[in-house]
Ligand binder design. Structure first.
Ligand code: SAH
Length: 200
């Protein structure tokens, strides 16, 4: 993706539109902020960094796990052919869909449910981004990643996790790179923290 265009899109994306009235005054801070139901919206620079790492292309079919407010979705959509996004909390999923439709995003598909199992009907995906922390990389997501493909996912125990960039080459061979330590909420379900090795 073109980094200059990404930076422009990032600067033009108003985080206030993704926050409750109560938090809108804080939108300009580079800090995580609450979006309800005990869930946070990450600091903007991390959302930007994860988008750049994912590096979608105009033809990319993207799977996002953890829709939350839809802010990350809104940064991905203009650089992708289609974003399929999954959120487990129905009220957040509903609000994000309503918001993104109102803002005019036409290439996003929404699903409420456990994203750990991906979205088999829409697979394979050229890009997969997970914005909640897994204990282990969910095998269904690896299976639904195209060859070649890229996945960005935080993996590790409660507290701090490793942000991983997983790449699959054209022959289907996987490689993994640790980018940095991050702190996300848990990816609830089968691939959550009860499976995490303590790697802190
Ligand atoms: N990217 C979001 C913030 C993500 S916070 C944004 O831009 O606002 C993490 C989100 O992952 C929360 O909304 C949480 O409900 C969701 N989540 C946690 N476990 C999940 C699962 N198994 N499947 C789908 N969504 C999940």
């Amino acid at each position: 993706m073109d980094r200059r265009q990404l930076l422009d899109a990032f600067r033009n994306l108003d985080r206030r539109q993704f926050l409750d009235k109560m938090c809108q005054d804080l939108a300009g801070l580079d800090e995580p902020l609450p979006i309800g139901h005990g869930q946070p919206l990450s600091q903007p620079t991390l959302v930007l960094e994860m988008t750049a790492l994912l590096d979608p292309e105009p033809g990319s079919r993207v799977l996002e796990i953890g829709t939350g407010s839809g802010y990350q979705t809104a940064l991905l959509a203009p650089f992708s052919q289609m974003v399929c996004t999954v959120e487990r909390i129905p009220e957040l999923a509903r609000q994000a869909e309503e918001r993104l439709v109102r803002l005019g995003y036409a290439n996003v598909r929404f699903r409420t449910g456990n994203g750990g199992t991906g979205w088999p009907e829409e697979a394979p995906f050229d890009r997969i981004i997970v914005t909640a922390a897994a204990g282990t990389v969910p095998p269904p997501l690896v299976g639904q990643l195209a060859s070649p493909g890229r996945m960005v996912i935080p993996v590790g125990p409660r507290g701090w996790q490793n942000l991983l960039l997983i790449t699959k080459d054209a022959a289907g061979k996987l490689a993994e790179r640790v980018i940095e330590k991050v702190a996300f909420v848990e990816l609830v379900g089968a691939y959550g923290w009860h499976q995490a090795k303590d790697n802190s």
